[in-house]
Design a protein around this ligand. Structure first.
Ligand SMILES: Cc1cc2nc3c(=O)[nH]c(=O)nc-3n(C[C@H](O)[C@H](O)[C@H](O)COP(=O)(O)OP(=O)(O)OC[C@H]3O[C@@H](n4cnc5c(N)ncnc54)[C@H](O)[C@@H]3O)c2cc1C
Length: 409
C-alpha cells in the first residue's frame, strides 16, 4: 500500500475539478495537487458532446480543457482511470483503486453525476445508449449505420440536442417525452412549444405525453414500445432522462447528503476541509428559495473559483448568477437566472420566430430570461436580474428598447 501526502486532493477530473487545479495555480498556489478521475480521458468539456463533436464539426483534441503538457508544466498530477473508492474525512484520508492511500490537507469532491437509467424490459439490449461521456458519444457514433432510425427518449436539453444533431446528419429521428411538453422541468410552455415546433419542422417525429414500457429486440434493439402499445421502429436508442448525483463516497464517509452533497455558501461540506462543487453540490443559491443542485458549466466554474478563494485564504461566498445555453439547429438558447416561482412572462418579439426572448418576472422584478438568438437581450438581462430591477413593462415588451437601458419603473 503506497501512502501519498498531498495538499489538495480533487476527486473527479471533470469541468469543476479541473477548474480548481487551474485556479489554484493561477493564484500562485505552490502546494501539491492530485486530481483523480474515473474516466480514461484528461478533463474535457461535455457540452460539445451532443452538439459540434457529435456532428463531426469539432475534433476530439478541441474538447480538452487543457493540453496534457499544461498539467505537467503546472505540476498538477492527474491520475485517470482511477477511482477514489473510500473517503475517511475524519482522518483526512482517501483510498484509491490503484491501492494508494492519499493523506490530504484539503479535499474537493467534484464527482458530478451519472445517467439515470431506464428500468423497463429490454433496457439493457445492445443499441440502447446514454450520453454523458466522450466514450458514450463515440459508442453512439460507432453504432449509427447509414439510414439508421434513432429513437431519443427524453425531451430535456440532452435529448433535444441529440435529436437536432442526428437530424443534421440526416438520420430519421423520433423523440419520446413522457410529459406533455419538452423542456418541462427547465422552462416555460412558451419556449417548450417553440422548440417542439422547431423539431417538427426539421423532421423529428415528436411524441409527447407518452411513456416507454419496453425496448423491443432480440440481441439488438429493433423498436421502442410506448404506453399506447405502439412500437416505434428503432435501430438505435439514445436515452436522456437526467442524471443522479454521485454522492455515495461522501455519504458513506458520513458527510451530509440530500440529493447532492450538502455545502454552505463557501462550498464547504459538513467537514470544512472537504468541499463539494459542480453537478454534485447541493448549495444555497441566492436566486432560489431553497438549496439546490445546478447542472451547468457556469456553476462548475464559479464554484471552483469559490473553493480556490477559500484555500488561498481569500474566501468569497458563491453568489454568481446562474446561466446556461443550448444549441439546436441554428438556434442558440441562452438562459440567465432561474425561472422559479415567476408570476408573469413578457415576450420580446414573436415567440414563433427567432430572434425573441421570454422574460420572467416575480412581483414585477426580472428574475430570469430565455433568449433565442437574442444575445443582446441575454447580456442586458443579466445585469437587470442581478440588480433586482422592476422595469417598465411596456418598454420591456418592446424589442426595440435595448435591455440594458431598462431601469426601475
Ligand atoms: C451531453 C451534455 C451536454 C451538455 N451541455 C451543456 C451546455 O450546453 N451548457 C452547460 O452549461 N452545461 C451543459 N452540460 C452540463 C455540464 O457538462 C455539466 O454541468 C458539467 O460537466 C459538470 O461538471 P462536474 O465536474 O461537476 O461533473 P462531471 O462533468 O460529471 O465530472 C465528474 C467526473 O468525476 C468522475 N468521478 C465520479 N466519481 C468518482 C470517483 N469516486 N473517483 C474518481 N472520479 C470520479 C466522473 O467519472 C466524471 O468524470 C452538458 C452535459 C452533457 C452530458
Amino acid at each position: 500500500m503506497a501512502v501519498a501526502d498531498r495538499d489538495v486532493l480533487i476527486i473527479g477530473a471533470g469541468h469543476a475539478g479541473a477548474m480548481v487545479a487551474v485556479g489554484l495555480r493561477q493564484k500562485g498556489f505552490t502546494g501539491s495537487i492530485l486530481m483523480v478521475g474515473e474516466e480514461p480521458a484528461l478533463p474535457y468539456e461535455r457540452p460539445p458532446l451532443s452538439k459540434a463533436y457529435f456532428v463531426g464539426a469539432l475534433e476530439e483534441q478541441r474538447l480538452y480543457l487543457r493540453k496534457a503538457e499544461f498539467w505537467q508544466e503546472r505540476d498538477v498530477e492527474v491520475r485517470v482511470s482511477t477511482i477514489v473508492a473510500r473517503l475517511r474525512h475524519e482522518d483526512h484520508e482517501a483510498e484509491l483503486t490503484d491501492g494508494t492511500v492519499v493523506r490530504y490537507r484539503h479535499c474537493v469532491i467534484a464527482t458530478g453525476g451519472r445517467v439515470r437509467k431506464l428500468s423497463c424490459p429490454g433496457a439493457d439490449l445492445a443499441g440502447v445508449h446514454y450520453l454523458r461521456t466522450l466514450a458514450d458519444v463515440d459508442a453512439i457514433r460507432g453504432d449509427l449505420k447509414d439510414g439508421a432510425r434513432m429513437v431519443v427518449i427524453g425531451g430535456g436539453y440532452v435529448g433535444l440536442e441529440m435529436a437536432a444533431s442526428a437530424r443534421k446528419l440526416g438520420y430519421d429521428v423520433t423523440l419520446i417525452e413522457a410529459l406533455d411538453r419538452v423542456l418541462a422541468r427547465v422552462t416555460s410552455p412558451i419556449i417548450s412549444r417553440f422548440y417542439e415546433a422547431q423539431h417538427r419542422a426539421h423532421g423529428v417525429d415528436v411524441r409527447l405525453g407518452t411513456g416507454v414500457t419496453a425496448i423491443e429486440g432480440g440481441d439488438h434493439v429493433t423498436g421502442v414500445r410506448l404506453a399506447t402499445g405502439e412500437v416505434v421502429p428503432a435501430d438505435l436508442v439514445v436515452v436522456g432522462i437526467g442524471i443522479l448525483p454521485n454522492t455515495e463516497l461522501a455519504h458513506e464517509s458520513g458527510l451530509a447528503c440530500d440529493n447532492g452533497v450538502v455545502v454552505d455558501e463557501l462550498c464547504r461540506t459538513t467537514d470544512p476541509d472537504v468541499f463539494a462543487i459542480g453537478d454534485v453540490a447541493r448549495h444555497p443559491n441566492r436566486y432560489a428559495a431553497d438549496a439546490m443542485r445546478l447542472e451547468s458549466v457556469q456553476n462548475a466554474v464559479d464554484q471552483a473559483k469559490t473553493v480556490v478563494g477559500v484555500i488561498m485564504g481569500q474566501p468569497e461566498p458563491y453568489k454568481d448568477l446562474p446561466w446556461f445555453w443550448s444549441d439546436q439547429y441554428d438556434l442558440k438558447l441562452q438562459t440567465a437566472g432561474l425561472a422559479i416561482g415567476y408570476d408573469e412572462t413578457i415576450v420580446r418579439g414573436d415567440a414563433t420566430t427567432a430572434p425573441f426572448s421570454v422574460v420572467y418576472l416575480r412581483d414585477g422584478q426580472i428574475i430570469a430570461i430565455d433568449a433565442v438568438n437574442a444575445i443582446k437581450d441575454f447580456m442586458g438581462a443579466k445585469g437587470l436580474i442581478q440588480a433586482g430591477v422592476k422595469p417598465d413593462k411596456a418598454r420591456l415588451a418592446d424589442p426595440a428598447v435595448p435591455m440594458k437601458e431598462l431601469t426601475g419603473a
